[in-house]
Structures are given as structure tokens and as C-alpha cells.
Design a protein around this ligand. Structure first.
Ligand code: PA5
Length: 467
């Protein structure tokens, strides 16, 4: 049963002409998707679901995970601090959930709240902040959670070595109770560590890469630690994927696909790229979901930036970035499409008092929500007026259930867009070279060609200006 109605709203329904107005009027490709592409995507989706290679959609790991998380609940309870070590898809989702559903950590007075929890996300190898956390966190009240799907990411592993050392020096033989690893179920260095040292661990399902893993233990364990309603996040995902998981023949799947918002969003996004809109603004007018901008940027960029193709994601937050990036959106190069995230049903917030100066009287009695919605409308109309193709994703409510749907919708639309582009949206081969070069420069073995590249690079003459 559908508990909420979210909506995709195309600018084609607006009284404005957008950059694609000719298409809108005569043969709107935004609503008439490409049947050949749909057939291919439906066949592939069915095959991947049947072979179990798309856990992001099948969620076949979910019931086992629920049991594991419920079983760990009591074990997490005594800890006040969770120090999360991870990077990219192993950190961005947890941070976005924290900012959306546990904002109180950043609010005044949190320290005095009964049972206050703290999530610290260490997703960089910052020589300044990591030692500070080790200096300031009470080890006895801290659980270190190391998240790495591959179990071999140099940044996360280096943090792990330091954190292990810190816990051992602070807690002696008890240190193991303060560490939990989330990694591949069978392979990788971190899995070996869990097995050898007898550390608590949770698996990341096979074929569930970092940026698609927020609704696995990767995002849900930190969410559970904070008391976020993680079951509802999963429930939203399940509902969004249900029609696709129910389809059992190519015909059924095609029908399910053509009615599915992830497909319609992907058709729009692929069309935008084909039409030369090589930047995609992700404009969030739901302030609590602002941190999902960084999560989406990673999802979109790492999944689709391949073979010289893709569109550059530009995360922006309304209204904040109306005073920052919006000028460029409106009056810079006309190469941007916009995914516009809104929600009419936000809480009212404070109301403005009466008796304001005459120039501000129109605000009296209105709520913060009304002001935000007026600015949402103004910004959307200004973007459309500048012929920026805009697809609005309107959430019924900014709660966990609908956020689960949002995460799932964006992830699946990204996969479909990648399939239509003829690239693999689930790998990220180009980023490997930089990592290998970094390791080579530190003297790691078996990287001879990288060491040669380094030598050549160091011999390239530089022009230098000191300042
Ligand atoms: O989305 C991805 O796959 C990547 O951003 C990874 O999350 C990131 O590289 C970290 O990898 P791992 O989880 O294997 O440490």
C-alpha cells in the first residue's frame, strides 16, 4: 500500500518554453521515451535481478541484515561516540543520513541531552583532525566502525591502523570490543583482520558497490546507532523497487519499467546529456536533505563519468546557494539541466511577528515554511525562465520512508542512465591510477610502470612563482 505520493514534475508542464521547447511542443521525448532502449534495459534488468547480481534493487540481503542489526542493537547501546572510518560511498551516505535525521548533534545543548550520541565521520586522511579525535574522544565510550567494501582502500586502511593502535594503547586487551568492521563477506584485507582478530563484523553484499550501499550495513548501522528509523528507510526502498521485483517476464518488466519513475528520470537525464547539457544541477530545497547533494554528486560522477561521456553534477542547496552559485546557473554558460528537489509539506517553523516595519509587513503572520516555499517557487521559475530544463522531484514528506525512496530512485536512475550510455555505472576504473601512483611513490611493490611514470613526471620542468 502506498503511504505517500511523491511526484516527478517536468518543466514541459510549465507555461515556460525551456531549451527543448521544440521537442516539448511537437514530439516530447521527455514523456515519449525510446522504446528500443526501454526494451534493452528491461531485458537486462530482468536478467540481473534473476541472476542475483543487482542487490541494490532486489534487496535480497535486507531480511538477513535486519536480523543482524537488531542483534547488534544492545551491543551498540553503551557507546556514546561512533568514529566512522571510510571514504567515498563508504562514508557519504551515513553522513547524509546523520545530517537529515540526527541534526541535534550540531545544535546547542546536545551535550546535556539524555543519551546524547555522536557520530564522527572521518573520510579523509587529514593529519590535523584524526589525531584530534584520538586525543579528545574517550576510548572507553567509543566504537570505531571501519567501512570498506574492498577492504583494501589505502585511506581507510591507514586510518584503521592508527585507530587500532589508539584503542590498544587506551584499552589494552579490551580494545576488540570497541571495533566493528563492515566489509566484503569473504575477501579483502579487512575481512582477514576480522577473522584473524575475532572482531565483530557485518558484510557488504557482493555486487553492492560503495555508492549504492547506503541502505546496507554501510549506512544503516550508523543510522541505527543514532536512533534513526532505519527500518523505514528500507521500507521506502522496498516500495519503490516492488513493481520491478515483481516482474517475471520481459513483457511484464517493460510495462513495469515504463511506469517507473527511475526509468522516466533516467530517460530525461540521458536526453539532457545527448542534447549537450553537460552539467546537472542537483538543487535541494529541502534543507535537512542538503547533505544528500554530496552523496548524489559522488553517485552521479563516479558512475557516469566514463569514455568521455557524462554530465558533471553540481550539488546546490536552496536557499543558501541562491546567494552563491545561482548567478552562474542563471547567467553563465547555458549547458545545465536541473534536478530540483522540493517538499511542500515541511513543518511550519516559526512565524513572523506582526508590527514589522512597513517594508516587511508582507511577512507578518507568515511562517518560515511559507517563505521557503515562496523562494522555492521563485528559484524554479527563474531557472525555467532562463531555459534551463528542470525536472522537479517533489517529496510528499521529508521523512525516512520517502528518503529511502529518494535514495533508491536516484541510484536506480543512475544505473539506467549508465546502461543507456553504454557504460558500466558500477565501476570506477579511472580513479585507480592515482591510487597506484600514490602507493608507488611510497615504495609499494609490484608497481614498476607506475614508478617509471613517477620518474618521468618528476623530470617535467615546472614554472614556479612564489607568493
Ligand atoms: O562508490 C564507490 O564504489 C567508491 O567511492 C568507494 O566507496 C570508495 O572508493 C571506497 O571503497 P571501499 O569501500 O572499497 O573502501
Amino acid at each position: 500500500m502506498s503511504r505517500n505520493k511523491n511526484r516527478l514534475v517536468w518543466t514541459g508542464a510549465w507555461p515556460f518554453d525551456c531549451a527543448l521547447c521544440a521537442a516539448h511542443k511537437d514530439n516530447c521525448q521527455i514523456s515519449n521515451d525510446n522504446p528500443a532502449a526501454r526494451k534493452n534495459v528491461a531485458a537486462r534488468l530482468l536478467a540481473e535481478l534473476q541472476s542475483g547480481s543487482l542487490p541494490f534493487v532486489s534487496l535480497d540481503y535486507a531480511s538477513g541484515l535486519c536480523e543482524q542489526l537488531q542483534g547488534l542493537c544492545g551491543r551498540l547501546e553503551p557507546f556514546k561516540h561512533l568514529l566512522l572510518l571510510g571514504i567515498g560511498g563508504s562514508a557519504l551516505g551515513a553522513r547524509a543520513l546523520q545530517k537529515a535525521f540526527y541534526p541535534q548533534q550540531d545544535w546547542p545543548g546536545h551535550a546535556d541531552a539524555p543519551n546524547a550520541k555522536y557520530l564522527w565521520v572521518a573520510d579523509n586522511i587529514d593529519p590535523e583532525s584524526l589525531p584530534q579525535w584520538f586525543d579528545r574522544l574517550p576510548a572507553i565510550q567509543t566504537l570505531v566502525v571501519v567501512i570498506s567494501k574492498s577492504g583494501g582502500t589505502i585511506e581507510t586502511m591507514s586510518q584503521y591502523f592508527l585507530a587500532k593502535n589508539w584503542l590498544q594503547s587506551q584499552l589494552g586487551p579490551d580494545w576488540q570490543r570497541h571495533m566493528l568492521l563492515i566489509t566484503d563477506a569473504r575477501k579483502g584485507f579487512l575481512r582477514e583482520e576480522a577473522d584473524t582478530l575475532g572482531l565483530a563484523s557485518l558484510p557488504v553484499p557482493e555486487n553492492l558497490g560503495g555508492r549504492y550501499s547506503v541502505l546496507s550495513a554501510v549506512g544503516l548501522l550508523p543510522a541505527m546507532f543514532l536512533g534513526i528509523n532505519w527500518e523505514e528507510l528500507l521500507a521506502g526502498a522496498k516500495e519503490l523497487f516492488a513493481p520491478l521485483n515483481l516482474a517475471s517476464t520481459p513483457d511484464d518488466m517493460e510495462k513495469a519499467l515504463s511506469a517507473h519513475p527511475a526509468w522516466n528520470l533516467a530517460v530525461w537525464a540521458a536526453l539532457m546529456q545527448d542534447k549537450g547539457f553537460n552539467e546537472l544541477i542537483y538543487f535541494t530545497y529541502v534543507p535537512k536533505l542538503a547533505a544528500f547533494g554530496a552523496w548524489f554528486a559522488q553517485l552521479w560522477a563516479e558512475s557516469l563519468g566514463k569514455d568521455g561521456k557524462g554530465s558533471m553534477p553540481l550539488p546546490a542547496t536552496g536557499v543558501t546557494d541562491q546567494h552563491s552559485l545561482q548567478q552562474m546557473f542563471l547567467d553563465g554558460p547555458n549547458n545545465k539541466a536541473c534536478l530540483f528537489i522540493s517538499c511542500p509539506n515541511l513543518p511550519d517553523g516559526s512565524s513572523f511577528p506582526t508590527g514589522l516595519d512597513a517594508r516587511w509587513e508582507y511577512l507578518a503572520g507568515k511562517s518560515l515554511r511559507e517563505l521557503l516555499l515562496a523562494e522555492t517557487l521563485g528559484s524554479k521559475m527563474a531557472l525555467s525562465d532562463r531555459k534551463i530544463p528542470l525536472l522537479e522531484l517533489e517529496l510528499a514528506l521529508p521523512d525516512e520512508f520517502n528518503t529511502g525512496k529518494l535514495i533508491s530512485l536516484l541510484g536506480l536512475a543512475t544505473i539506467f542512465t549508465g546502461w543507456m550510455m553504454g557504460i558500466n555505472p558500477q565501476d570506477q576504473p579511472a580513479v585507480e591510477l592515482g591510487k597506484r601512483l600514490a602507493k608507488a611513490s611510497l615504495g609499494a611493490d609490484n608497481l614498476e610502470s607506475e614508478k617509471e611514470m613517477l620518474m618521468k613526471f618528476r623530470n617535467i620542468p615546472e614554472k614556479i612563482q612564489e607568493f
